[in-house]
Design a protein around this ligand. Structure first.
Ligand code: UGA
Length: 440
């Protein structure tokens, strides 16, 4: 199969290289000439475990190439994926579809022979209809089928998620297209990954409903964590206790500082807007959004309380800046609001992140970056773990105790146990668990 991927960002690049690895002939296209030039030299635009190696292998095998030229690759393709960004539109929170529509116009002008146009970008219900209209208006002769095929990759685990998906959702109404899509995903199909064929609008909604449900699940356990703190219960045990019920499921029940990233915040907002426009509001999702926004700021206040209610002039070390581990993505990271709240209170913030510091400089002002966790903690009045990178899971507490000005650890991801930290003479605050430090 000859495949073109329009947009070589996170989704396009990971999907493109994985399709190439399945044996398809893939061209990843992007308008950003600098990005394409870098990719040709083997330099990745994002940090994603395993990506660089997989790109190198498939480029070497001659199955993957990079281009800025839509015309040649589209004319040659059986399938063209649209994997461009759909950011929140400034001002109203609707998904900004201008990149998707621009891609559709460009593709329409160059398609030859029966071609599938597949939307992989996260797009609101009805976008496929509009893409189809644009293509037919631009090129009435075009023999195309417009398909919805949302992606469910998690940053940091994207290649694994692509190769071992829980399901593949395909919104389609054309039998020829159905055959081609089955061929595109044949290796996964042979591995028995369920291929779910639906109407196109249903497929578009499945993507939003999945992300909104997961965001709601996280938000639910975050609120339960707050209650646990008030009533002296342990949220990790509550999660386990409810997660073992097969109807609930154990995943996405880790209480933390609130969800962030490039997907949940923008997708929940876009879904809520779509629902309002159709006079069918999703109040659970609207509430989820507002609880999560408030939570990020509340986490800053939680740190201030752990330090004794006053951070003016104090040095606070923050470990982990990205919205989750194994990515360099800072978009909507809880660290941004937490650090801002600390700075508003007059704190001097030192930050460290294994991969995210370069991107952090574009969204966080006035912090000092340290070269590792210990350099950040040196002389600090408190150490705050915001993102659960593996390298923060076994910190040398004795060493930290010696170098910190005050032994206060705020663990917003519950990666430590109270007893092991308190034993080293720390005051320890975590999320939704009885605060033993207060009792010693
Ligand atoms: C999310 C979905 O999990 C993917 O299925 C989806 O494809 C992707 O969005 C997308 O739409 O592109 P991602 O944003 O990469 O993936 O990251 P997640 O692992 O879902 O984490 C999102 C946020 O929720 C992070 O801030 C994470 O720390 C937080 N989280 C997650 C929790 O606070 N608790 C949990 O139990 C799980």
């Amino acid at each position: 199969m000859k495949v073109t991927m329009i947009g070589s960002g996170y989704v396009g690049l990971v999907s493109g290289v994985c399709f190439a690895d399945f044996g398809h002939d893939v061209v990843c296209v992007d308008k950003d000439a600098g990005k394409i030039e870098a990719l040709r030299k083997g330099v990745m635009p994002i940090y994603e475990p395993g990506l660089e190696q997989l790109v190198a292998t498939n480029v070497k095998a001659g199955r993957l190439s990079f281009s800025t030229d839509v015309e040649t690759s589209v004319a040659d393709s059986d399938v063209v994926f649209i994997a461009v960004g759909t950011p929140s539109r400034r001002g109203d929170g609707h998904a900004d579809l201008s990149y998707v529509y621009a891609a559709a116009r460009e593709i329409a002008a160059h398609v030859k022979g029966f071609t599938l146009i597949v939307t992989k970008s996260t797009v609101p219900v009805g976008t496929g209809d509009e893409v189809e209209r644009i293509i037919r208006d631009t090129n009435p002769e075009a023999d195309v089928a417009v398909v919805s095929n949302p992606e469910f990759l998690r940053e940091g685990a994207a290649i694994e998620d692509f190769k071992r998906p829980d399901r593949i959702v395909i919104g389609i109404s054309d039998d020829r297209a159905r055959e081609v899509m089955t061929e595109v995903y044949r290796p996964l199909y042979l591995n028995q990954a369920p291929l779910l064929f639906t109407e196109r609008r249903t497929s578009e909604l499945i993507k939003y409903a999945a992300n909104a449900f997961l965001a709601m699940k996280i938000t639910f356990i975050n609120e339960v964590a707050d209650l646990c703190e008030k009533v002296g219960a342990n949220v990790q045990e509550v999660s386990r206790g409810i997660g073992l019920d097969g109807r609930i499921g154990a995943k996405f029940l880790h209480a933390g500082p609130g969800y962030g990233g490039s997907c949940f915040p923008k997708d929940t907002l876009a879904l809520a807007k779509t629902a309002q426009d159709h006079d069918s509001p999703l109040r659970l999702i609207e509430t989820t959004i507002s609880i999560n926004d408030n939570r990020k700021r509340a986490m800053g206040r939680k740190v201030i309380a752990a330090v004794g209610g006053e951070v003016r002039g104090k040095k606070i070390a923050v470990l982990g800046l990205t919205f989750k581990p194994n990515t360099d993505d800072m978009r909507d990271s809880p660290a941004i609001s937490i650090i801002r709240t600390l700075q508003d209170g007059g704190a001097n913030v030192v930050g460290y992140d294994p991969e995210g510091m370069e991107n952090a400089t574009t969204v966080i002002d006035d912090i000092v970056y340290a070269k590792d966790a210990y350099a950040a903690a040196d002389g600090a009045d408190a150490l705050v773990i915001v993102t659960e990178w593996n390298q923060f899971r076994a910190l040398d507490m004795a060493r930290l105790k010696k170098i910190m000005a005050n032994p206060i650890l705020v663990d917003l991801r519950n990666i430590y146990r109270h007893d092991e930290i308190v034993r080293h003479g720390f005051h320890y605050t975590s999320i939704g668990r009885p605060d033993l430090a207060e009792k010693t």
